[in-house]
Design a protein around this ligand. Structure first.
Ligand code: ZN
Length: 138
């Protein structure tokens, strides 16, 4: 069995951002040499997500509006977590959008449904943060 590990780094300009990381994950898969197996991809921070959805800007806007309704960033004072930090909303948004994805690898390719793409969801950016890519198989 082959085993591969890599960290992808991000430093977003804004507090919140969605980044299509599918090309980077495909590059990892190529490097790993795995043809049959699984890719695990997870945010290594508790204020960021990795999720699978459509690469469509309207939908990304809808996610932003919906998440702001569920867990508005401001006022910061509405959250007990805030005090030393101001990122309670980011913890909540991350929980809704998820920590990780697992994708099957078949014939050396990510075995996606027709519109599936992998995204990094940043909810407390403007600093360096990581995503773990772990690939196992043969
Ligand atoms: Zn926090």
């Amino acid at each position: 069995m082959k085993s591969y590990r890599k960290e992808l780094w991000f430093n977003t300009r804004g507090r919140r951002e969605f980044i299509n990381i599918t090309p980077q994950v495909e590059e990892c898969l190529k490097e790993s040499g795995v043809k049959e197996g699984f890719v695990l991809c997870n945010a290594m921070h508790i204020t960021a997500s990795v999720f699978i959805n459509d690469d469509e800007s309207g939908l990304h806007h809808d996610f932003e509006v919906w998440l702001e309704k569920l867990a508005p960033e401001k006022p910061y004072s509405q959250y007990r977590h805030n005090g030393f930090e101001d990122n309670a909303d980011a913890h909540l948004k991350r929980s809704v959008m998820g920590r990780e994805v697992i994708v099957a690898v078949t014939g050396g390719k990510l075995d996606f449904g027709p519109w599936e793409r992998i995204f990094y969801g940043e909810f407390d950016g403007k600093r360096k943060k990581r995503v773990l890519v772990k690939i196992i198989g043969e």
